[in-house]
Structure formats: structure tokens, C-alpha cells
Design a protein around this ligand. Structure first.
Ligand code: CDP
Length: 794
């Protein structure tokens, strides 16, 4: 017998087909809305039509009269139970149902529970709410005006619309570096508000069993254990009597991290009625009231030497948080990991200030497919580098060569305190430039320009800090960020693995089994993976910020190693040698010096239940809690080429090249799928997606006719390349990857359009780079801001 072929058993590096797809593509997924419980009732939400208004009266009498209506809940009724407000994951409060005022269009005002969802909807329409309209605030500039109405007058001591102030870096040293600069390059940007828009909306079924006192909630959450803790705190129920089950999830992208009023209201309704209560949000509800991303204004300067060396950066960010600061950021970092900007460059010093503003919009700031505001950080970084190159007349690839960290600079402490531990940035850049044919394109571009054709090439180089914790630095509401895995090997050598993460389409059922296979030699098909049930899964912080592979994936490797350590003892017993004389090769232990004498992992598993040595605890199982020593630092280079139509401003993508280094790839096919998905969203952000609000706070783009999601038809093709720099501290050398392309991709497209317009003197067109904005910029030879008051939808 010899070691197993790792690829054949579906181990590390195998492009194993996604096991979960067998049910998804056959329509056999099991989502919240697929669950039907006996006696189940249905809940609908009445939402505010106004962005800012005082509630004068609510008359629910006609709703109660509708046959089939079982319960109508108002904010006042919630307040009687101390449930009108709930804590958010960012130490703020959020109205569950409005009592005093409504603070954004679409805010939850009442809920109706009825025999079916249609009756519940009729009940909502029968409710009469009398509002007194107040002036609406729709951007940070208005929010900060001295005479602005105070949106959060519910909060003691709140005298303005500031939600937080935060700073990092060394202001004085940055000033000194700017004084030494040959050139100071400045840029102002708006990263528009966007929405993660998962295919499945949010929803819950609360099932309170008055007999046992146990509350079970089936819900669309990316972080079931955090929700259990939040429910215990908000509803004051004992945590061991709460079971959160997150079944199949049809996409999350950060949208399913926050706690939403619908979840809380359905729980109270179930407790009051003693029946299961289902709430399934409709598309408009999801698109108007649940976690938005971005909406950040940046004002930044970069100090440079004339040869292109970056000396310092200074950034100020104003964020539009909406009416409640409800997203999840690690407690220490009010504006997420914005300070990861410039982490891949050798920037000696910098200073970032940030101010969060309350506005009359739905809560914003969720990490839409990114690690806590890293998308904004990397976009600002890459737009600033492109602008600096243009200001200095240095080629866009060359300025990166002069500033990217070189291989011998790792580990590198950034100006903002991160420790970037590994990478081969120059190799990735050169690979990308070769793949796109950079020099040749530049020649073609010059020739095309002679003929009036506008070709452009855009580069984006980025690193993303993925995998929070470590627990010293990262917590949410004081709960430390680590993760967990539990592995149980049955008597026949088949196994069940559970983790504290929660897949939403990323393929954990496939890849976690591959890690077990790599560590134990059990074929991946013999390992079933379960996530999302707090009664069975070990405690974990859930899946967002591409933290699963860096943290839960590491826990999977560690628990498999613990199991292997016990299996070694069993092998020694079976082989009748001492443990020190037992060697391991994939799938089996053997006697040192006598390799023909061995015991397979399956034989060890059988022995754990039927033939263990005297005194050994039976069974073959364990668990592991993993607290990573550092974040993981994947790196990527995205390069796009475009052609802009000088007559209309329409731009078409010619080619997109991606070079991703996410360390060791567990499943190369899944990694490529993640990168293609991310690039698709990047293209959408650059080209078509944004949410705006009119002066009264009415949401423009609250439907999928106005808010555009790219389909296969308009999405360009992507050419993918790979570099592997193993993560030095991850047990299998992996780094996260799920979000990299969505984070780094937008700047490649936007830089390409600006490159095409280089001769016009236009330095910045805000995203989305719509044809009318491009056309306007070409007509006037000036920048086009997407920030109010200039809006392309007006
Ligand atoms: O946290 P999330 O699952 O969204 O992101 P991730 O950890 O980056 O993983 C996304 C998917 O890619 C998972 O199925 C991972 O196991 C897989 N992956 C991989 O195969 N190799 C890597 N080096 C990183 C992720």
C-alpha cells in the first residue's frame, strides 16, 4: 500500500465539482421560504412612504376587522414590551417599529400577522398613519449644515447628525512629508451607494414553543451565532433556549449580516400568538430597507517625489450611514478597514480622518462583498495612484513598479499599523502586463487615437486584509472574532464536519471536505459538511469579509490534525508498536522501517469504536477553535482595456485580465468562480449600479428596472491567471479570495475609461461611469461628480 492520490480523493488542489449544486440546480435547495410548519401564520410589514416625518397617529382598527388578521403590531405595542428599539452591531440603536418619527423611506412602521401573506398585506393597507413631514437630509453635506434638523433626536445628548469621528495615522509626520514633496496630487471622489441585492430576500420563521419554552428561528443570516446572542439580549430569552437555523441561503454579500426589524417582529409575534410566524421580504422591501453599501465621499492628497515615489497620503472620508449605524464593523474600527488603503505600497506615513453622518436613508455601510470598507479603500488607492501618474506624466504600470512592496520587504508594517506578511507583487504585475500585452496595447492606442478612436487601459493592484480576528484586535459587540470546527469520524470511516461559518453559495460543503481529505486521507465524498444550526454547530462568527477560509478553514485543518493525533494512537495499538514508530502518509499509518505493515484511517476509525486500547476514551472526534495570528493578505492585479465611443460616451470592454494570489487554492475551480463573480460585480459598480435619492428622500432605483444587475449578456469575458504565495501562518497556506475581484476590479474599469480620455484633461468621473457622464466630461473637458447636487438621474 502507498499514499493515496490526493487529487483522486478530492483533496487540496482538486477542482472537485460543487456537491451542493446537485440540489441547487435541480431546484431542491432548502431555503427559509421552503419551510412550512403546521399552523404557521404570515407576517407583512407596513413601511413609511416618507423619508423624515413625525408620527402623529396610527389607526389600526380597520386592519383588525379583516377576517384572517391575527395580530397588528405598532411601535407603541413594541415599546410596552421594551422592544421598540434594538441595539445594532455597531453600538447604535435602531427602531424595530417606529414610535416617534420615521427616519427613512421604507422604514418599518407596523406589522400585520394573518392566515396568509395576502391577507396580511391587505391588513397593512388598511392601517392609517398620520404623518407630519419634516425636511429630509440626503447627503453628508446637508447633514453637517449648522441648521440641519437632528435626525436622531431619540438619542440622549445627540446635538448634531454626526454618527462617529475616527482617525488613524500620524498627522504631524504626514504634514512634514507633504512639506518635502515635489508634487502634491489631489482627488475628490464619491463611491456611490449600492445594494448587495442577493437573489433571495431576507426572511424568518419564528417558532416559539410555549410548552418547552424553546424559540426556534429559521432565518437568512450569515452569522447565526451572533444572531442567537442578539436575540438573547433583545428579547431577554435564555440563550440555551434559542435555536437559530440558517438553511440554504441564496446569496448574502453582506446584506444578511445585520439584525433586521422583520426578524425581531416575527419573534415577538410568535411568542404572543403561540404559533410559527413566517416573514418573507419582497424584492422592493429588500432593495429599499436592508443594508446598503458604500456611499462614501473622499477628499485625498498624495505627496510625491518627481520620480513617482509616494512620500505620504492624507485622506478624509465622509460616510452616509443612513438613519441608523446598523452595519457590523469590528468595534475598534468605526469606518471598517478603510486604513488598509495603500497596504500593498511602500508608503512611509499617512493620516486618515473619517466622519460618519446620519441621513434620512436606509442604514448603509455594510461590507458589500468586502472586508469592512476595503472596497472603498482599494478604489480610492487605485484612483489616486492613477491620478498621480497622470499628474507626473509617469506610465501607470511604472508608478506601481516604483512603489509596490518588493518580495524582500515582507513582513511589512504599514503606515496605518497593519502587518502585511507575504506576497509577490511585482511578479503578479508583470504577469498581468504580459498577459494583456501592455506595451503593444499602448502602441495600438496611440495609433488608434490618430484615427479618432479612444482606447484605454486601466490597472488596479490591490491587497485585501481578510480573516478577522485575531481576537486581540477584532471583536463585534465585544464578541471576539475567531472561528471553529467540529469533526466526528464514524465507525466506518465516514465523517461529519460542522463549522461556525455559514455558506451562502461559496461552496463550503465542497471545500471544507477537501481540507479534511488533505489532512486525513478520507475521500472528500465521505465527509458531509453542515453549517448554520446553532444547536449543532460550534460557536463561530459566521461568514462575511471572506473570513471563512482564513479562520473557519484553518479550524477545519486543526481539528483534523487533532483527530489524526488520536488515530495515530489507535494505529500504534493495531500495529502493536509504540506511537513513536508510527509514520503517516496520506490515508494510512505505517510502521517505520516496515512500510508494508500499516493501518488505514478507516481501520483506525473502526478501532475507535470496537477495538480501542485499554484506558482509551472511545470515539474519534474533536473540535477546534481557531484564533488567527494575523489577517491573510491576498494580492491581485486586474487590468481592463476599453474603447470609448467619442460620439455617445458609451464604453465597451475589450479584455479583462486578472492575476490573483490567494495563497494555496483548496479548489481551483471554485476560486475561479469566486473571481469571475467578483469581477462581474466590479463591472456592474463601475458601469451601471447606483442608488440615489431625490431632495425629499425618495429612493430612486428601488426596483430592478432602475437598479441594474448585470446578466451574462452584458458581462464581459475574463482571463484568469494565478500566482501562489502561501500564507505563512495559515495551516494549509490559504488566504481568502471571495471578495478580492469585487474589491479591486472597479478601479481597473474606471482607470481604463480615464486613460481613454487622457487627452481631454478629465481627471475624474464618478462611478458609475455612465455614458452621459462620459459624454458630458468630453464635451466640457472637465470632471463629473456623482455627488449631489449633480446627479445623472435628474
Ligand atoms: O468567507 P467566504 O466563504 O465568503 O470567502 P473565502 O473564504 O474567500 O472562500 C470562498 C470560497 O473559495 C470557499 O469555498 C473557499 O473554500 C474557496 N477558497 C479556496 O478554494 N481556496 C482559497 N485559497 C480560498 C478560498
Amino acid at each position: 500500500m502507498t499514499a493515496l492520490d490526493e487529487i483522486a480523493i478530492g483533496g487540496l488542489g482538486a477542482s472537485r465539482r460543487r456537491v451542493e449544486d446537485a440540489r441547487f440546480v435541480r431546484g431542491r435547495g432548502h431555503y427559509v421560504d421552503d419551510i412550512h410548519l403546521p399552523g404557521m401564520l404570515h407576517m407583512e410589514i407596513l413601511r413609511s412612504p416618507l423619508a423624515h416625518a413625525r408620527i402623529k397617529a396610527i389607526d389600526t382598527s380597520r386592519a383588525w376587522e379583516i377576517p384572517g388578521v391575527r395580530l397588528v403590531l405598532t411601535g407603541e405595542m413594541m415599546a410596552q414590551r421594551n422592544l421598540a428599539w434594538m441595539p445594532t452591531l455597531s453600538y447604535d440603536t435602531q427602531a424595530v417599529l417606529a414610535t416617534d418619527k420615521v427616519r427613512f423611506q421604507g422604514q418599518e412602521v407596523c406589522v400585520v400577522v394573518a392566515d396568509d401573506p395576502y391577507i396580511a398585506k391587505d391588513g397593512c393597507e388598511a392601517i392609517v398613519v398620520e404623518y407630519e413631514a419634516l425636511p429630509a437630509i440626503v447627503n453628508p453635506e446637508q447633514a453637517a449644515a449648522p441648521d440641519a434638523p437632528i435626525i436622531r433626536d431619540d438619542k440622549d445628548g445627540q446635538t448634531d447628525n454626526t454618527c462617529y469621528r475616527w482617525e488613524v495615522g500620524d498627522a504631524a509626520a504626514t504634514e512634514r512629508a507633504f512639506a518635502q514633496a515635489d508634487v502634491v496630487s489631489s482627488l475628490k471622489l464619491h463611491y456611490p451607494r449600492s445594494h448587495p441585492s442577493p437573489i433571495e430576500c431576507c426572511g424568518s420563521i419564528a417558532d416559539y414553543d410555549a410548552g418547552t419554552g424553546k424559540l426556534t428561528v429559521y432565518m437568512t443570516t450569515q452569522a447565526p451565532h451572533i444572531i442567537r446572542a442578539a436575540v438573547a439580549l433583545v428579547a431577554e430569552l435564555p440563550e440555551h433556549m434559542i435555536r437559530i437555523v440558517s438553511p440554504d441561503i441564496g446569496g448574502g454579500f453582506g446584506n444578511k449580516v445585520p439584525v433586521y426589524p422583520g426578524y425581531v417582529a416575527s419573534i415577538l409575534a410568535s411568542i404572543l400568538l403561540g404559533k410559527p410566524v413566517k416573514w418573507i421580504e419582497d424584492k422592493s422591501g429588500n432593495l429599499s430597507s436592508t443594508g446598503f453599501g458604500r456611499d462614501m465621499y473622499l477628499d485625498a492628497q498624495m505627496a510625491l517625489r518627481s520620480d513617482g515615489k509616494i512620500l505620504a497620503v492624507r485622506m478624509h472620508a465622509d460616510t452616509d450611514q443612513g438613519a441608523f449605524f446598523a452595519d457590523a464593523q469590528p468595534s475598534k474600527f468605526k469606518i471598517g478597514l478603510l486604513h488598509s488603503a495603500f497596504a500593498c505600497y511602500d508608503v512611509p506615513v499617512g493620516h486618515i480622518t473619517a466622519q460618519g453622518h446620519y441621513t434620512n436613508k436606509a442604514p448603509g455601510g455594510v461590507a458589500y462583498r468586502c472586508s469592512f470598507r476595503v472596497t472603498e479603500a482599494m478604489f480610492f488607492q487605485e484612483r489616486m495612484v492613477a491620478a498621480a501618474a497622470a499628474d507626473l506624466g509617469i506610465d501607470a504600470a511604472e508608478i506601481r513598479r516604483r512603489n509596490l512592496l518588493s518580495d524582500d520587504q515582507f513582513p511589512h508594517r504599514t503606515a496605518f499599523g497593519f502587518l502585511v506578511d507575504s506576497g509577490q507583487y511585482h511578479k503578479c504585475l508583470e504577469l498581468g502586463l504580459d498577459a494583456i500585452g501592455y506595451e503593444e496595447f499602448k502602441r495600438d492606442q496611440a495609433a488608434a487615437r490618430e484615427r479618432g478612436r479612444l482606447l484605454g487601459i486601466g490597472i488596479s493592484t490591490m491587497t485585501e486584509p481578510l480573516g478577522a480576528g485575531n481576537s486581540r484586535e477584532y471583536d463585534i459587540l465585544g464578541i471576539k472574532m475567531f472561528d471553529s470546527a467540529e469533526l466526528r469520524v464514524h465507525m466506518t470511516g465516514k465523517a461529519i464536519l460542522r463549522t461556525g461559518a455559514k455558506t451562502q453559495g461559496q461552496g463550503h460543503e465542497t471545500t471544507w471536505a477537501q481540507i479534511v481529505s488533505h489532512e486525513l486521507g478520507i475521500p472528500a465524498d465521505d465527509v458531509v459538511v453542515e453549517e448554520g444550526d446553532t444547536d449543532t454547530a460550534p460557536f463561530g462568527m459566521g461568514t462575511y469579509a471572506s473570513r471563512s477560509t482564513p479562520v473557519a478553514g484553518a479550524a477545519v485543518a486543526m481539528v483534523a490534525r487533532k483527530v489524526r493525533a488520536k488515530a495515530r494512537k489507535l494505529a500504534a495499538h493495531l500495529l502493536e508498536v509504540s506511537e513513536e514508530d508510527v509514520e503517516w502518509e496520506l490515508g494510512r499509518f505505517y510502521v517505520r522501517g516496515a512500510p508494508e505493515r500499516g493501518a488505514t484511517i478507516q481501520e483506525c476509525a473502526a478501532a475507535a469504536y470496537s477495538n480501542m486500547p485499554d484506558g482509551m476514551e472511545p470515539g474519534l472526534e474533536n473540535n477546534a477553535y481557531y484564533d488567527p495570528p494575523n489577517l491573510t493578505w491576498p494580492f491581485a492585479v486586474y487590468i481592463a482595456t476599453v474603447e470609448v465611443d467619442p460620439e455617445t460616451g458609451v464604453w465597451d470592454v475589450l479584455r479583462v485580465v486578472a492575476v490573483d494570489d490567494c495563497g494555496v487554492r483548496i479548489n481551483p475551480m471554485i476560486v475561479e468562480g469566486q473571481i469571475m463573480g467578483g469581477l462581474t460585480e466590479a463591472y456592474a459598480m463601475a458601469n451601471m449600479q447606483f442608488q440615489t435619492y431625490d431632495a425629499d428622500g425618495n429612493q430612486v432605483g428601488s426596483n430592478y428596472m432602475d437598479y441594474l444587475l448585470p446578466t451574462a449578456w452584458e458581462t464581459p469575458g475574463f482571463e484568469l491567471h494565478e500566482v501562489v504565495t502561501p500564507c505563512p501562518h495559515h495551516p494549509i497556506g490559504a488566504k481568502g479570495v471571495g471578495e478580492c475581484a469585487a474589491v479591486g476590479g472597479p478601479a481597473a474599469f474606471v482607470n481604463a475609461v480615464h486613460d481613454a480620455l487622457a487627452a481631454t484633461g478629465v481627471r475624474n468621473i464618478d462611478m458609475p461611469v455612465l455614458p452621459d457622464r462620459v459624454w458630458q466630461a468630453m464635451q466640457d473637458g472637465r470632471d463629473v461628480s456623482g455627488a449631489p447636487p449633480v446627479r445623472s438621474d435628474s
